[in-house]
Design a protein. Structure first.
Lengths: 306, 538
């Protein structure tokens, strides 16, 4: 177990190194000069060059990347080019909001997705199954921006049940979490359905039924614990999907998380922030997957970590 | 002895309360105003902040030697009680207003002004406003980091600041009214270090009391402000991270007083159709021109006939319709509210036949292929499509390159874009003077790699004329100076490196409880509003 975790940690570090390199390359070749953004439109060529030197952006690519990594291992994410604030400060001030939304959104996904998947599996081939799977297809493919605005308009503006965007109370959390929940629930309901269908066919379920166990006991006590396994792995992957979703959802709802920070930084070509958000997101995905892998053997003793 | 050609003893005579403009409504005091923005505020450091969002906030936290009358483009003394200009226009002597205090309680002295100007010019500050101060004697050495301080700024005593210029420059007083000239206390800057932009200390009407990153900034009234009775509000809160569409919904719901990013283009017609909402919208001009640049260094735009033909091919009235009439058609580079604007000049009339004839004269009877760069946010791609159709009608096939703002600016600066529609990146004047519309965007100094003169148009005769115009500092000869500027822009129109398309109007939506003259809500200098002078009626 210890060797497994150690090996996975080393792998994770390599993945993060790869992510940092690829992002750095992409930002380096981007046809937009951050120095010009900082220097503004009235700057003379001399001012532009002086700023370029001070930021070390006149150095060759590998030197810039090396410097970035060296600072990074010392915990220094650099300073935002335009906000002039420590990137670490910007990230950590916004991380709690994103984590809160992450937990709430995954909760919503499971709350909506799992029951739908189970109901569909139990009614396999019937109209209700087809209807639910069509719904899941629709939710997976709906644009987040539209769903977010629609929910906002109906439940906040027209009905007044929730505040119109913002952050701070439970009421503020509901709509963004539900938006992400609706969109992600489609994946869960589909996976839950197919996993449940497989399990329901298994011998032990037939045995359980033959023993005379009640329907609900068979489903909740025997089928569900066995069918849930792919869902655990899915949560690990889901963190990645979540990170792409929050950029839009946080912007629409005025949720002060790192997705909104990323969106603003991309528009302003604020490279240190873009790097910081990418690395923190990648870290989240790597850790999420690692945890999912570590939890699996606890639920299914047949899985051995090697 | 130097004879003084101007002395604003007038300013000294002005009783301070008179600084507050005469308002139609009697101002009420107190209350908190809520303003929203999509993006987080970048910085409140006056040496660094250079976007329209933080510009007016910085104006409310800091003061410079000069200022503008609220809601107008008229200069008035700020921290300076009076000033004198020497006859040769090379020496400006400012007398400071006594008893002005920073938010930290310390009294302002002349050394603070000297420190602040040196700080902006010092390359270590990385100020985007550095270049504005190039007329000050000793600028080059200081800006290059070769001298620790600027030779041309000094404080002979605690209440006097003297500027020596290397050339007469009629825009100098405007430069002293720019945010970059705001006076900052050295001890507060040194204490906060790189975080001064988040912990600003100035002399302004408001002080920053809370900044929660990504959420809100709260500005509270400075009770010791040197203009008595100002500001009227107890505080204003800037909520950030709010999409313009959501901000509008919140404003309609009474939760927001001013949506700072304005009315989203897609909602504009809805808002203006509804009489109740329309009555809350204030319309005003702004110092803005939207234009198409043509790279004069590369064929086919190296031929003046082609550039004139493009000017004639574009149907400006139709483009104004594309943006729901939120603009007026432009005839020249300067916007109508800018001094030096040539009245009675109609520009190039929409004339497709005439355009075709000019193209034929230039040897492009069958037209040509080119590219039109445009920033990819609404309504700019739609405007570019309208221009594309107009050009197509005279035989020019322009393919549209719709890119992120930074990429368009990069292509323009590098001279890789044959044509650029300036929308979203267009020039909005830093200060209300015709000179500000020339140098960086039409003059030779901007026509360099990375410069903002995307046409790469460089007419040395016009540069000379511009220098001549700006050497006229005597206020009595202001008409002569403006006539020269008018002449410059008329010559620009002859050479046609741009096709000016429209001058955008500003529309500010305010809640029903907000009071104060409408001019304060479309203040040409403070966008979206002049925080110091608006008030809450109830």
């Amino acid at each position: 177990m210890a060797t497994y975790i150690l090996r996975r940690l080393v792998q994770s570090a390599l993945i993060l190194l790869g992510v940092s390199f690829i992002t750095f390359v992409l930002l380096y070749v981007l046809p937009a000069d951050p120095v010009r953004q900082i220097a503004g439109r009235s700057a003379t060529a001399a001012t532009v060059e002086s700023i370029r030197q001070q930021l070390g952006l006149d150095q060759p690519f590998l030197v810039q990347y090396g410097n970035y990594l060296w600072n990074l291992v010392q915990g220094d994410f650099g300073r935002s080019y335009l906000q002039k604030t420590e990137v670490a400060e910007l990230l950590f001030s916004r991380l709690p909001a994103t984590l809160l939304l992450l937990v709430a959104a995954i909760g919503c996904e499971l709350l909506i997705g799992l029951p739908l998947g189970i109901i569909a599996a139990l009614n396999r081939g019937k109209a209700i199954d087809n209807g639910l799977m069509l719904t899941s297809f629709l939710t997976v493919s709906s644009p987040q921006f539209v769903v977010a605005l629609l929910l906002l308009f109906v439940f906040a503006v027209k009905l007044g049940w929730f505040p119109i965007g913002g952050y701070g109370t439970f009421a503020h959390l509901v709509l963004p979490a539900v938006t992400l929940g609706i969109l992600g629930s489609g994946w869960y309901s589909r996976i839950m359905r197919s996993s449940m269908v497989d399990v329901l066919r298994a011998d032990f379920i037939r045995t359980a039924r033959a023993k005379g166990l009640g329907r609900s006991k068979v489903i909740l006590g025997h089928a569900l614990p066995n069918a849930i396994l792919p869902i655990i792995a899915m949560i690990g992957i889901d963190i990645g999907l979540f990170m792409s979703g929050i950029v839009v959802v946080e912007s629409v709802f005025g949720w002060p998380g790192i997705g909104q920070l990323a969106w603003q930084a991309i528009q302003r070509v604020d490279i240190p922030i873009i790097m910081g958000v990418t690395l923190v997101s990648a870290c989240g995905i790597v850790i999420g997957n690692l945890i999912a892998d570590l939890i699996s053997p606890l639920i299914d003793p047949r899985i051995k970590l090697r | 002895m130097k004879k003084l050609i101007l002395s604003t003893a007038l300013a000294t005579l002005m009783a301070l309360p008179a600084f507050a403009p005469a308002q139609a409504q009697e101002p009420k005091r107190g209350g908190n105003m809520v303003v929203t923005y999509k993006d987080d505020v970048a910085t409140l450091d006056p040496a660094i902040g250079y976007d329209w969002q933080n510009w007016s906030m910085i104006k409310s936290v800091f003061d410079g030697l000069m200022d503008y009358e609220p809601g107008t483009t008229n200069l008035r003394p700020g921290l300076a009680q009076s000033y004198e200009i020497s006859e040769d226009g090379l020496t400006y002597t400012f007398k400071l207003r006594p008893g002005v205090k920073f938010h930290n309680g310390r009294e302002l002295v002349a050394d603070d002004v000297v420190y602040s100007i040196n700080r902006v010019i010092n390359p270590a500050t990385q100020s985007p406003g550095q270049g504005f101060f190039s007329m000050i004697d000793g600028y080059d050495a200081a800006a290059a980091g070769k001298a620790a301080t600027v030779a041309g700024v000094s404080a002979p005593d605690a209440s006097t600041v003297v500027f020596k210029l290397s050339r007469p420059d009629a825009t100098f007083l405007h430069v002293m009214a720019l945010n970059f000239s705001s006076v900052v206390p050295k001890e507060a800057v040194e204490e906060a270090g790189a975080d001064f932009g988040k912990k600003p200390v100035g002399t302004g009407a408001f002080k920053l009391t809370e900044w929660t990153l990504g959420q809100r900034l709260v500005f509270e009234k400075n009770a010791d402000y040197w203009i008595s009775g100002v500001p009227y509000l107890d505080s204003f809160t800037v909520e950030v991270g709010q999409e313009p569409v959501v901000a509008l919904l919140r404003a309609q719901n009474g939760e927001v007083d001013i949506p700072g990013d304005g009315i989203p283009p897609a909602k504009f017609v809805d808002v203006m159709k509804d009489e109740a909402q329309k009555s809350l919208v204030v319309e005003g001009g702004q110092l803005h021109t939207g234009y198409v640049t043509m790279n004069v260094t590369k064929a086919p735009f190296d031929k003046v006939e082609v550039r004139r033909a493009v000017n004639m091919a574009i149907n400006k009235d139709r483009i104004v319709q594309v943006i729901n009439g939120r603009a007026v058609p432009a005839t020249q580079p300067l916007p109508p509210s800018m001094p030096g604007y040539t009245k009675g000049y109609d520009g190039y009339k929409f004339d497709q036949e005439g355009a075709k004839k000019l193209l034929a004269e230039a040897g492009y009877a069958d037209g040509f292929e080119t590219e039109l760069f445009v920033m990819n946010t609404d309504p700019n791609p739609r405007i570019a499509q309208a221009i594309q159709q107009d050009l197509k009608a005279v035989g020019i096939n322009a393919s549209i390159k719709s890119l992120a703002q930074a990429n368009v600016i990069e292509a323009g600066g590098a001279g890789n874009a044959p044509m650029i529609w300036s929308g979203g990146m267009a020039w909005i004047a830093d200060f209300p003077d015709p000179a500000n519309f020339y140098g960086p965007i039409l003059g030779c100094s901007g026509a360099v790699e990375g410069g903002w003169n995307w046409s790469k148009y460089c007419n040395e005769d016009l540069d000379k004329l511009a220098a001549e115009a700006d050497s006229i500092v005597d206020p009595a000869r202001v008409d002569e100076r403006l006539a020269k500027w008018s002449e410059i822009y008329m010559k620009v129109m002859e050479d046609a490196p741009w096709a000016p398309v429209f001058n955008e109007q500003r529309y500010t939506l305010k809640s029903a409880r907000m009071g104060g003259d409408n001019a304060l809500y479309v203040d040409p200098v403070s966008i979206p509003v002049n925080y110091d002078y608006v008030f809450i009626k109830e």
